[in-house]
Write a protein that binds this ligand. Structure first.
Ligand SMILES: Cc1ncc(COP(=O)(O)O)c(C=O)c1O
Length: 373
């Protein structure tokens, strides 16, 4: 099977598997316990907290471990906006039309309790321009949330520019970095980000673990996302998942190198060149500057159902985003780019792992060619 869906979930790195097995066997104590094994678990968890903080230019005290980017996004919107520290008159939020579905679900909830949401459209390359965000800012804007890298297109948003706009106006700025973390540098100060979301399973770590960065967390009065026994600075109750965090830590330290090696293979350009050579008609729904592990490809002269049906035992491909691929409706990201439902149907998100080979791509290109209309 050739796995072309790493943006939905990246396979476990072999080193992560080893560290997980070791941690499940050995780091079983509760990190809140005061005996020697509990303290050892806590120090391992805090080591990962430090590594993550170091990588993004934050303090360890500003990192909370969560179950993944969905929960981190919930904390960014709900825990912060429903906290007592914010003025009750500030009820306007700005998001983009290409955010992950969970952001829309959270905003739908916030609308029911009086928040207003403005949605910024991307340009034709799938990028959210700072100017477009600026036009939506208001006196009562409390939060702007724009993802760093889009999960269907790989397009990279100008986070620093948008962050400065928010900083100048005293507006909280959140960015979902589920797709960018470990793949491109992040510095929360350079980017003027106040809150950022991360997920382990996008970088070869285990599912069910992620993190959220919250600037000056200790000075804030934030509503817990899970009321509990004081874990994670009282924001996220429940016994800390030490083994998963240790696995996440291994992915944090090793994934960037894997990604660098992958980037050197120029797989994306190879795919596009091979398609061109075989005379396959295609459109890439982003520009050259996107991250190289994702390519959104529209194939107007390819029978997409045939391509999927004939190759379901060979390739794992995504039509639309993973979370919505079983729905019949077109992906909201492609619709935001201006694609019709029909165009969205012949559009594929192809996302690579580090062990992809040029031969794998040759197979894919031949399969696409075979499904020509
Ligand atoms: C941009 C983005 N945000 C959030 C998520 C959700 O992440 P998780 O599965 O860690 O909750 C994903 C993954 O599907 C994503 O790509």
């Amino acid at each position: 099977m050739i796995y072309l869906d790493s943006a939905a979930s990246y396979p476990l790195l072999p080193e992560v598997r080893t560290s997980l097995m070791h941690a499940f066997e050995n780091t079983y104590a509760n990190s809140a316990s005061s005996h020697i094994l509990g303290e050892s678990a806590l120090s391992k968890v805090d080591e990962v907290r430090e590594d993550l903080a170091d990588l993004i230019g934050a303090y360890p005290s500003e990192i909370i471990f969560t179950s993944g980017a969905t929960e981190s996004n919930n904390i960014a919107f709900k825990s912060l906006l429903l906290s007592k520290e914010l003025a009750p008159t500030k009820k306007h939020i700005v998001i983009s039309a290409i955010e992950h579905k969970c952001v829309f679900a959270i905003c739908e909830y916030l609308k029911t309790i009086g928040f207003e949401i403005s949605i910024v459209l991307p340009n034709s390359c799938g990028i959210i321009e700072a100017e477009s965000v600026k036009k939506e800012l208001r006196e009562d804007t409390v939060l702007v949330s724009i993802m760093h890298v889009n999960n269907e297109l790989g397009s990279v948003n100008p986070i620093s520019e948008i962050g400065s706009l928010c900083f100048e106006r005293g507006i909280l700025f959140h960015s979902d970095a589920a797709q960018s973390f470990g793949k491109t540098p992040i510095d929360v100060d350079d980017m003027n980000v106040d809150i950022m979301s991360f997920s382990a399973h996008k970088i070869g770590g285990p599912k069910g673990i992620g993190a959220v960065y919250i600037r000056d967390l200790r000075k804030r009065d934030i509503l817990p996302v899970i009321h509990g026994a004081g874990q994670e600075q009282g924001i996220r109750g429940g016994t800390v998942a030490a083994p998963l965090i240790i696995g996440f830590g291994t992915a944090i330290s090793l994934f960037p190198e894997y990604y660098e090696d992958f980037s050197k293979k120029n797989i994306r350009s190879y795919l596009l060149n091979q398609l061109q050579e075989l005379g396959v008609e295609f459109i890439v729904n982003s520009n050259e500057n996107n991250l190289p592990h994702i390519v959104s490809l529209s194939l107007p002269k390819t029978n997409s159902s045939l391509l999927v049906r004939d190759n379901e035992q060979t390739f794992c491909l995504a039509q639309g985003s993973a979370c919505s691929s079983k729905e019949i409706e077109a992906s909201h990201v492609l619709t935001a780019l201006g694609l019709s439902r029909e165009e969205a149907e012949f559009t594929f998100r192809i996302s690579f792992t580090n062990d992809i080979t040029h031969e794998n791509i040759d197979h894919l290109v031949l399969a696409i060619k075979k499904a020509a209309i």
